[in-house]
Design a protein around this ligand. Structure first.
Ligand SMILES: [Zn+2]
Length: 75
């Protein structure tokens, strides 16, 4: 990243999202992997992850309910 870069978010030990200030892309760095995404693609990725997280929460909730149901039914 150049001196003109801006870190948009980072989590220690996981990665960061930053604008390097040079190429116009948004850089997503996770561990050893870095993706350069044009801004529209970056926003689509944000929506994709956000939707997947919401659906994952629903899935965990359904699994938890199913497990409790089986307990009540003595399975
Ligand atoms: Zn760049």
């Amino acid at each position: 990243m150049t001196a003109d870069g801006t870190v948009l978010a980072s989590i220690k030990g996981l990665g960061a999202v930053y604008d390097c200030g040079g190429c116009g892309n948004i850089h997503l760095q996770v561990g050893p992997l870095t993706l350069a995404l044009e801004p529209g693609a970056y926003m689509q990725l944000v929506a994709l992850l956000s939707t997947s997280a919401a659906n994952f929460e629903l899935l965990l909730e359904q699994r938890s309910k199913a497990a409790h149901q089986e307990e009540r039914e003595g399975k």
